[in-house]
Design a protein around this ligand. Structure first.
Ligand code: FPP
Length: 244
């Protein structure tokens, strides 16, 4: 049976988050520099979005640049920023035609101005679309996000608009970058690394984790379907005991 036909269409996760890892290793294996890997990673991004659209996925979050990635060589950081601007500029029309709504999480104001502008334009252009929500995590890390949440709540307490006993999970969620996005049911990481790397730490409390050895530039449509089929084979208990 074709892999697509093995998917239970009644049990598609609403939200899939992906740590796209392995671009550098994939490029080095073939004697190229790391940017070659990132460039080829864009094709996997396209495939994943296409696959997500096909199965009516509602939310897809891609970890494209972490707050720690600034520590990479300047040439790689500059190349990644240029790639991001170029990719959005090249793809925006097709994404819009396919009803994709673009959003971001992360400290977008900390990105180069050209990047911030391109992203804002893409978000505005697609804001009324009702298909796949594509969330790009850029200059993002969970510790940055949670520190920001703590500050925002502390200011509210300081100003007297709330009292400490009113701090609860709902309030914290409302201050997260993802306040209007459901938690991912499935988190995928490519490249054989079994780490979360400061990604969506609050939001993945009950997510199913799926690790594959495939390097990101080799991740294709069928690999997303495989991850979903694997997810569908799991029993999600959320800390409870399921009645058999
Ligand atoms: C991790 O591989 C990948 C990144 C830090 C960047 C991901 C960016 C893209 C796929 C391209 C642009 C994306 C969009 C959304 C337009 P790595 O460099 O850490 O690989 P390594 O672990 O093998 O060194």
């Amino acid at each position: 049976m074709n892999i697509f036909d093995q998917i239970d269409t009644k049990n598609i996760p609403q939200h899939i988050a992906i740590i796209m890892d392995g671009n550098g290793r994939w490029a080095n294996k073939q004697g190229h520099d790391r940017l070659f890997g990132h460039n080829n990673g864009v094709e996997s991004v396209r495939e994943t979005i296409k696959a997500g659209n096909k199965i009516n996925l509602k939310y897809l979050t891609l970890y494209a640049f972490s707050t720690e990635n600034w520590n990479r060589p300047k040439s790689e950081v500059d190349g990644l920023m240029e790639l991001l601007v170029r990719t959005i500029a090249n793809e925006i029309e097709e994404l819009h035609e396919n009803n994709v709504k673009i959003n971001t999480i992360g400290n977008i104001k900390g990105l180069p101005i050209s990047c911030e502008k391109e992203l804002n334009q893409a978000c505005i252009k697609t804001k009324n679309n009702s298909g796949l929500n594509l969330i790009l995590a850029l200059n993002y890390s969970s510790r940055w996000e949670l520190t920001d949440v703590v500050k925002k709540i502390a200011y509210k307490v300081e100003s007297g608009s709330i009292k400490v006993p009113q701090i609860n999970e709902e309030l914290i969620i409302s201050e997260l970058n993802t306040s209007d996005i459901p938690d991912p049911e499935l988190l995928i990481r490519t490249s054989g690394e079994h780490r979360i790397s400061n990604f969506l730490l609050w939001q993945i409390a009950y997510s199913e984790l799926y690790f594959t050895d495939i390097l990101w530039p080799e991740f294709k449509e069928k690999d997303l379907y495989e991850a979903i089929i694997n997810y569908q084979s799991r029993e999600r208990r959320f800390g409870k005991v399921l009645n058999k």
